[in-house]
Design a protein around this ligand. Structure first.
Ligand SMILES: [Zn+2]
Ligand SMILES: [Zn+2]
Length: 422
């Protein structure tokens, strides 16, 4: 095992903020303090840089097995490391869907040795069909900590309630993609001024709001936990805030594009700006930022959803989704930190601490003895997102051509440098 000495760095977690030297040895933080003289195999000058716990992204699509022309476990993990991420939840809409122990084990085995802890999410229902609940005990035994039919809702409310009840007994978190398909009815972007102007079918926000409300009602009726995926509307955020105030065991996430961008971008008729839920309005963006600030929204995820360029070529027929692993920290720093909306402790809480807390995983921190899952970032570095330079197999980023401020430079996983652009 290697040893790394980081000199003169600003070390930040959700509680600590100090400028110091940090010695990493045998996979853990061995010493913190000014003027450490111990010799190490690698020394990094951290002057002007920030050291923080590595990110955990609890919503990514690695596309493996079945769609490896878009991404595979190895390239997805490469993209994660380039974004400062050392742990992910991998969504189950693969081929075959991740509704069985064999597929779970395949993903875990393939990720072994990459430096990224990949937790495959199991399906709620067999084949994500909405019917026939999976064997949650078997999924858990194979390594599952969370279940979801992400990409789809479980349409039948009673099936969802049973799933919540059973998963709760098994200690599994249920993550819900909140969308009513009968309301969506073929919509491809947010229903509003832009969809009318473009003459394309819109996705009514009622689709998201309705299922968000349904899931919280169902969860509270069986006293189970529910995690609401990718919150994008003012209405959903308000209802989650209310449910939390009533003691409902709800947690939720949003993605950088929902607090940075609006559906106006769709005027370009470029499918790279299409995802599900869709980009919404300036009022929604404002409400999502408020919900992040007041703790209604627990974490920032990416919903990293790679698609090949050919698949994204046709504006109306293209599949939904955008990549995000390599831009999430930069986008969050740009939109929330550099604008003064949140401080660095809050960034750590949203991207490093809360996802792991929700999933019951160990939380790395800046203290002696903590696992050295860390990222070194230049929080002031300005860079322009060039899609072809991304490590992901797919380049469908919503931030293409945008200047962001802040960049992960070194990613350390269990004491080993796994990404380094210093
Ligand atoms: Zn989803
Ligand atoms: Zn997703």
């Amino acid at each position: 095992m290697s040893s790394i000495l980081i000199k003169n760095i600003r070390a930040v977690d959700n509680a600590v903020d100090i400028t110091t030297d940090v010695l990493i040895k045998d996979g853990v933080i061995a010493e913190i303090g000014e003027g450490i003289t111990a010799s190490a195999e690698q020394t990094i000058d951290g002057t002007g840089l920030v050291l923080m716990p590595s990110l955990f992204d609890m919503h990514v699509h690695l596309r493996d097995p079945g769609f490896t022309h878009k991404e595979d476990v190895l390239t997805g993990c490469g993209a994660a490391l380039a974004g400062g991420v050392t742990g992910v939840l991998a969504m189950p809409n693969t081929k075959p869907p991740c509704d069985n122990p064999e597929t779970i084990r395949y993903i875990i085995d393939k990720a072994n040795g990459t430096g990224v802890d990949v937790y495959p999410v199991g399906c709620i229902t067999g084949g994500m069909s909405g019917n026939g609940l999976c064997d949650y005990e078997a999924l858990k035994a194979a390594g599952c900590i969370c279940i979801s039919d992400d990409g789809r809702p479980v349409e039948n409310a009673e099936n969802m309630r049973k799933a919540l009840e059973l998963s709760n007994e098994n200690g599994l978190l249920v993550a819900s993609h909140c969308e009513d398909l009968s309301i969506i009815n073929g919509g491809i972007i947010n229903k509003g001024e832009t969809s009318a102007k473009l003459g394309v079918k819109g996705m009514d926000r009622a689709s998201e709001d309705y299922i968000t409300a349904r899931e919280m009602i169902l969860a509270s009726s069986v006293n189970a936990r529910i995690h609401i995926c990718h919150v994008s509307t003012e209405g959903s955020a308000a209802m989650i805030r209310f449910a939390k105030s009533r003691g409902v065991k709800v947690t939720c996430e949003t993605a950088p594009h929902y607090f940075m961008l609006t559906d106006k971008l769709l005027e370009k008729r470029d499918a790279d700006y299409r995802m599900n839920p869709p980009l919404r309005t300036p009022e929604d963006v404002k409400a999502i930022i408020e919900a992040v600030k007041d703790g209604t929204i627990d974490c920032i995820i990416t919903d990293h959803a790679p698609h090949a360029a050919e698949e994204k070529a046709d504006f109306e027929k293209a599949p939904n989704g955008v990549v995000g692993l390599e831009t999430s920290l930069a986008a969050t720093l740009t939109a929330l930190y550099h604008t003064g909306e949140i401080d660095l402790h809050k960034v750590v809480e949203l991207m490093c601490v809360n996802p792991r807390k929700i999933l019951g995983l160990d939380i790395p921190s800046i203290k002696v003895g903590s696992t050295a899952d860390l990222v070194i970032a230049d929080i002031n570095k300005k860079w322009t997102v060039e899609p072809e330079k991304l490590h992901s197999k797919s380049h469908n980023t919503v931030f293409k051509g945008m200047e962001l401020t802040g960049k992960p430079l070194v990613t350390i996983s269990k004491g080993e440098i796994r990404y380094n652009e210093m």
